[in-house]
Design a protein around this ligand. Structure first.
Ligand code: PRE
Length: 334
């Protein structure tokens, strides 16, 4: 990996690789990055948006980038898919070289209500069975303090989608504001002197920004997990060391040709390659036509049976365009 970040002017090469991540510090992406790269061997650089991470890697400012890809409760991170779709060829050299899984447990962060810190939190009527909702979902946790003073909730849109049951029960109808990350939400709540804003963010964000934890474990599911991609520029032939690997491709097809998508998917079936995810985003050329993303088990870079490269060469006859987006070691369950 080419070193970039010079620490001194001496002839001795003391440079360390830069890792960009969706910041600010204490975002879940930051926590995922910390689990992948030893803090003393890498220069961590927080970026404001996922786009900034892609740009830093593409222009060579950063050797590696960490971005969220999907969540087990709320699905794909559309911002990342949009960038991987790369409609204007802005990130031609970006590939996925690794992945990381992080258990995600959210807190509601804010200021305890000055008047009612001892008041027991009041449960809304959302859990009471009604004619229209005879079997309402029960949140996994209840607030530690009253939430009566909360007028707005800030978070990353992904995090809102992972906490719907808690929000529906205790903060129904409260305004939601989408921000670039959960840690940015925590920063903004810290800055709000009225004390009426709350953030959905991590416990680490509460500690770093010195704000109160009003509720914890507010995610809908205990097994809430987010998968992150590690990006690099170009190909790292040594990215696939394990016997379990994954590959991601994107492609477009002729939407008028019946069975075009089925023909592409069949290339994987006939080569006994198991699919692990399928996503799509609009082409933004013709309405309701899509760029597809298919992820499957196997590596283009280390392909002893030749099945991956066979599938990839066969699918070229069914697609209008396609792109290999990377092969890496499967980290699920490790
Ligand atoms: O906002 C953050 O802290 C992030 O790192 C982003 C992100 C995401 O986009 O999925 C990461 C993990 C959680 O799923 C919620 C938000």
């Amino acid at each position: 990996m080419a070193p970039h970040n010079k620490l001194s002017n001496s002839n001795e090469d003391t440079s360390i690789p830069v890792v960009s991540f969706l910041g600010p510090v204490s975002s879940y992406t930051h926590q995922a990055a910390l689990g992948c790269f030893e803090a003393d061997r890498y220069d961590y650089r927080p970026e404001t948006t996922i786009t900034d991470v892609f740009e830093a890697v593409q222009c060579g400012e950063s050797e590696l980038g960490v971005v969220p890809f999907e969540n087990s409760t709320n699905g794909a991170v559309v911002f990342t898919l949009e960038l991987l779709a790369d409609r204007h060829n802005r990130y031609p050299d970006i590939t996925v070289c690794s992945e990381a899984y992080l258990d995600v447990s959210h807190c509601l962060l804010g200021r305890k209500c000055a008047k009612s810190t001892t008041e027991s939190p009041v449960m809304s009527g959302a859990c009471t069975p009604t004619m229209s909702s005879p079997d309402p979902l029960k949140p996994r946790t209840s607030p530690l303090y009253s939430l009566k003073h909360i007028k707005r909730i800030l978070s990353h849109p992904q995090a809102f989608g992972q906490c719907e049951t808690f929000l529906g029960a205790y903060l129904k109808g409260v305004e939601r504001i989408d921000v670039s990350s959960t840690s940015r939400a925590a920063e903004m709540v810290k800055e709000d002197t009225t004390g009426t804003s709350a953030a959905i963010a991590s416990k680490l964000a509460a500690e770093i920004h010195d704000i109160d934890v009003l509720a914890q474990g507010i995610e809908d599911r205990e097994d809430n997990t987010t998968r992150f991609f590690i990006l690099r520029k170009g190909t790292d032939a040594s990215a696939c060391k394990s016997s379990k690997t994954k590959t991601l491709i994107s492609f477009t097809i002729d939407h008028r040709a019946p069975g075009a998508l089925a023909s592409v998917l069949q290339c994987f079936q006939v080569n006994a390659l198991n699919l692990t995810s399928i996503n799509s985003r609009p082409t933004k050329v013709v309405p309701f036509q899509y760029i597809f993303f298919v992820e499957f088990e196997g590596s283009k870079l280390r392909d002893p049976t030749g099945r991956v490269n066979k599938a990839l060469s066969t699918l070229t006859q069914y697609v209008q365009s396609w792109r290999w987006l990377g092969s890496w070691d499967d980290k699920l369950g490790r």
